[in-house]
Design a protein around this ligand. Structure first.
Ligand SMILES: [Zn+2]
Length: 66
């Protein structure tokens, strides 16, 4: 039987940001980009945190969080 394992990047929304977008005054959300261990191309659990950022879906403004 062939078992396909690997890693897959996934971006998940983790919450709302308390400030609004500096460009369009829209709502900002906090996202985290993580590397997941995957089995048969299905991400199972996170193995590495890549970055956190805030993102405005209205104007695509993105800013890295420290
Ligand atoms: Zn915006």
């Amino acid at each position: 039987m062939l078992i396909i394992i690997g890693t897959k990047e996934k971006t998940v929304k983790t919450g709302d940001f308390e400030e609004s977008c500096p460009f369009c005054s829209g709502k900002l959300y906090i996202y985290e980009r993580k590397l997941f261990f995957s089995l048969f191309f299905i991400p199972l659990f996170p193995v590495k945190h890549i970055e956190s950022f805030i993102f405005c879906p209205d104007c695509n403004y993105k800013k890295q969080l420290k």
